[in-house]
Design a protein around this ligand. Sequence first.
Ligand code: ADP
Length: 503
Amino acid sequence: MNGSDGSMSSFILALDQGTTSSRAILFDAAGQIVASAARELPQIYPQAGWVEHNPDLIWQTQHDSLRAVLQEAAVGPEHIAALGIANQRETAVAWQRSTGEPLGNAIVWQCRRTAARCRELEAQGLAATVREKTGLVLDAYFSGPKFEWILQNVPRAGELAAQNDLCLGTVDAWIIANLTGHARHATDPTNASRTMLYDIHAGDWDDGLLALFGIPREALPVVAPSSGVVGHTDPAVLGAAVPIAGIAGDQQAALFGQTCWQPGHAKNTYGTGCFLLSHTGEQARPSQSGLLTTAAASANGPAYALEGSVFVAGAAVQWLRDKLGVIATAAESEDLARQVPDSGGVVVVPAFTGLGTPYWDPDARGTILGLTLGSTKAHIVRATLDAIAFQTRDVVQTMQADSGVALQELRADGGAAANALLMQTQADLLGIPVVVPAVTETTALGAAYLAGLGVGFWPDAATVASQWRVAARYEPQISADERESRYATWQRAVSRARAWATH
Ligand code: ADP
């Protein structure tokens, strides 16, 4: 399908609608980036703890970046074989089906307005049911309670629901609606699995949960496979009817883009925080330790993953830069840390906002231990990078215990994966190789792979996997004894940081 006469479709277009930006990336048949464009998305903070996006701006920034990337590459829409979408997860949008008009701002995943409602449901003893059916913990992040809030607080939503003229959806569904000229209302299992309304085992919206949150089934999108044609772009939008053939929430898209398709394949995204996902095959693995069980994107039938996160990772490097002022750029953290052979006994526990997996301690606070008169800023910076790797080990260890599968390697992406010292430290502390791919835009790449496989642009997964390239591979370089001794020191430091804010 990638003929050279120019009459055939030669490219896959991936849209990456993120929390702070809308991006569009054009990939060629070799899975290489041809061109990319991004538009910033404004954040709206109507009151403390609330976060919103304007749905019209979500679409406008996405549409602008889409047109810009085609213009930059001088590629017409007739040369796009398929379009794939990766998106910020859990963010809730409501609109009128017949007109496509949004009913107000989107409620962003970070928004805490439904926290009290989630605590109330927990007090009613519903956490176990929610976990069993959806794989999620009862937290305000997820979309179901946000949809409930809209139905209860936006009078027009109830009116439209009564007339069967209401659409509720995550950002992928909103983008698809706009791309298709409001002909389709569709999502995929990875996005559906973050709503708290979707039974991940049955692969369908759950009537009990719909009743609990008062959500009419008719308002929700059809759940289509992550890979396969779900609709076509309205020619008025893109200039041609291009198949939309890939959909996944951003973290699952990255897992797919890292070609983690087998049980025990895992990726970690080192951004502000870390998102670690481990594929568990066709088995949904329940967690004993507060990890999420979630749908993984797949090109052939249902697949699952376990997901854990670290609250503060790259954010600790930002703290060194912006609050301590010991570095001018995030990249400088590597140069400074390399000035010392190790942290000199200093341990930083960056529990600025408490600790997540597996401690779940909201009262833990940031701590620097082991300081002596010989400690320098280089030691503190090095210990901060170590802490990102230690926290990742905490999650990996929990995941291995829950899944019963040992990881063979960890694939890394995100901004801080550019830090070679951090990646080496990570390999050392995990005792497995850490692999950084050549294409670090793994989220968009995953959406592109799903779309390309969905239309036969790439004949099979093996072809895609054979194109995937490694940029750097970090092998563990310390002994098992040293690894365990360093980890024991980390755990001792964590115990000092815990429950600090309760006094
Ligand atoms: P997000 O998507 O969460 O905004 P990114 O993937 O863009 O995050 O990564 C940005 C984060 O990575 C920032 O917190 C920054 O401090 C950190 N970071 C970027 N480059 C480096 C580096 N070379 N070393 C350590 N941390 C880095």
